[in-house]
Design a protein around this ligand. Structure first.
Ligand SMILES: Cc1cc2nc3c(=O)[nH]c(=O)nc-3n(C[C@H](O)[C@H](O)[C@H](O)COP(=O)(O)OP(=O)(O)OC[C@H]3O[C@@H](n4cnc5c(N)ncnc54)[C@H](O)[C@@H]3O)c2cc1C
Length: 510
């Protein structure tokens, strides 16, 4: 059953604590990489346990731009292999794994006759070749095209018309939300038998097990495993001290979509005269636009929630404002969020990879096998999590005598991926978040007025709040505000919705 709850968590921990028999695979980390590994292994018939020290998606996986990239940006850096891999993974995600959570997003570069426009057009054509090679149809992701001035302004209404010759446009995939993808993968893994233990920290991790601590009860116990995968993201170095991670921060601003005239496409603007850096404004759920993205070194201890600095906010405003009729200022910003990309120091690592200085694994992914069998999988993208998981499980299997089935995740649909004809009568925003499961969200609700918004002006239904607790493993109000829904990205909305969410969560947990 694809259900996660306080009860399934408790049972999973009891089962792990009470058996001497090792699990086949222990996964450390419940971001997209860890849940992907758990799903890959569970669908190969292995007995899997995943531990996450916070909630699902409490790390980097909830701070992304929420795009399912087809590889255009990697092409720009000459990384054809990664670009191809991205386009292939995007195809699997949009056609069989999670079509319900991903929509095509038009991205527009305004054409004012600058050099960058013609260069990006060439890149877009190459990106489209990758789409075709991956087998993605042009009806799902339309090829690049030129847009008239009128159409460009129609889609991005606050774009300045001065000198505008039209727009150059391409299409990519956009997730309704990154944390929802993580939860859907985790629930699907649970449906295949994986034990998912949130709020559980792994210490003293090696290739054959770890000490687990239930962070609610404070109790610790040892668990044995035939294979262990470290999927702790920017925290990987605290699980395997031969890995030195040097994070780099990427920040987004949140503004009301109405402030930008409710755009229906993403606006992409070159940052200054750069040929490789762009500032973009992405229309998103809940009537918001995300403006990103920065890339700054973030040395020091890794915070639970990274915070951007003033210079990043200035960089983003200065980047987007020249394109707009009315420049945005700080009073237009309703929220900010930042995530950490991993850079790793490859000198002296256990697998002996010799390299000068730091390597950016935020684009490609690394799978490392330590002498004792501990496998670390790091870097990559949300878009490529499935491939990362396949590689990590293959590497882990190579350290044991265990036999397992072939990887089947290219065709394993996540919960909600199958369309239910009854969903068409439901609010589109509910269907966008739950796909074929939308009717179940409503029918399983015991809360009164299930289809009413949880607070005025916030299109998250009361039924969704209950479902977060009964089926999606939320254990408290913060899980609901910040990971099952993204109401919490805007403080004003969180303050408005919190009282009602507290009531529904309280009653459901009682
Ligand atoms: C700003 C930004 C924008 C991005 N945008 C995109 C995008 O648009 N599209 C895209 O495809 N990719 C994007 N990415 C990349 C993508 O977000 C990351 O590659 C991905 O989320 C990393 O996931 P992860 O599971 O490896 O790490 P995380 O999500 O950080 O998960 C690691 C987990 O391990 C847990 N953990 C750590 N130590 C322990 C322990 N001892 N015991 C138990 N649990 C532990 C942590 O709590 C954490 O939840 C972006 C990245 C950034 C930073």
């Amino acid at each position: 059953m694809a259900t996660l709850s306080v009860r399934t968590r408790r049972r999973a921990l009891e089962s792990l604590a009470s058996t001497a028999e090792p699990v086949d695979l222990l996964v450390v980390g419940g971001g997209i990489t860890g849940v992907g590994v758990a799903l890959d292994a569970a669908t190969r018939g292995l007995r899997v346990a995943l531990v996450e020290q916070g909630d699902l998606a409490s790390g980097t996986s909830r701070w992304s731009s929420k795009l399912v990239h087809g590889g255009l940006r990697y092409l720009a850096k000459g990384d054809v292999r990664i670009a191809r891999e991205s386009a292939v993974e995007r195809h699997h995600l949009m056609t069989s794994i999670a079509p319900h959570l991903i929509s095509p997003l038009r991205q527009i570069l305004p054409d004012r006759g600058e050099r960058q426009t013609s260069i990006l057009r060439v890149g877009m054509r190459a990106g489209d070749l990758l789409r075709r090679t991956a087998g993605t149809s042009s009806s799902l992701l339309p090829p690049p095209s030129r847009m008239s001035v009128m159409e460009t302004l129609g889609r991005c209404p606050t774009l300045s018309p001065a000198g505008l010759r039209g727009g150059v446009s391409t299409t990519d995939g956009q997730l309704i939300d990154d944390a929802r993808l993580v939860v859907a993968v985790a629930r699907t893994a649970a449906a295949y038998g994986a034990l998912i233990c949130t709020h559980t920290r792994a210490d003293r991790v090696d290739g054959r097990g770890a000490t687990l601590t239930d962070l609610f009860s404070g109790e610790s116990f040892d668990v044995g495993a035939r294979m262990v995968v470290n999927a702790a993201g920017v925290w990987s170095g605290s699980v395997d001290d031969s890995i030195a991670v040097h994070p780099s921060r990427g920040t987004h601003l949140v503004v009301d979509a109405a402030t930008l005239g409710n755009p229906t496409a993403a606006l992409t603007v070159p940052a200054g005269n750069s040929l490789s850096r762009y500032v973009f404004a992405l229309p998103a759920q809940l009537g918001r636009v995300y403006i990103g993205i920065t890339d700054v070194a973030a040395p020091g201890p890794i915070p639970d929630v990274p915070t951007p600095d003033d210079a990043e906010i200035d960089f983003l405003l200065d980047g987007i404002n020249p394109a707009l009729t009315r420049p945005l200022d700080r009073s237009d910003i309703t929220g900010v969020f930042a995530g950490l990309r991993p850079l790793i120091d490859e000198r002296g690592t256990a697998d002996g990879v010799a390299s000068e200085g730091l390597a950016d694994v935020s684009r490609r992914h690394h799978v490392r096998v330590r002498g004792d069998g501990l496998v670390t999988v790091l870097g990559g993208k949300l878009t490529t999590y499935r491939r990362m998981a396949e590689d990590a499980v293959d590497a882990a299997l190579a350290t044991t005598e265990l036999t397992a089935g072939e990887c089947v995740t290219t065709t394993t649909a996540l919960v909600g991926a199958l369309r239910d004809p009854r969903e068409s009568r439901l609010p589109p925003s509910l269907v966008a978040r739950f796909g074929g499961e939308a009717p179940t969200v409503v029918e399983s609700a015991t809360v009164d007025r299930p289809l009413e918004p949880v607070a005025p002006g916030i299109d998250v239904t009361r039924a969704e709040i209950e479902f977060a607790v009964t089926h999606e493993g939320a254990v408290d109000v913060d899980d609901v505000l910040h990971r099952r829904t993204r109401i919490g990205l805007v403080r004003r909305d969180a303050d408005l919705a919190r009282p009602e969410i507290e009531t529904i969560v309280g009653v459901t947990l009682a």
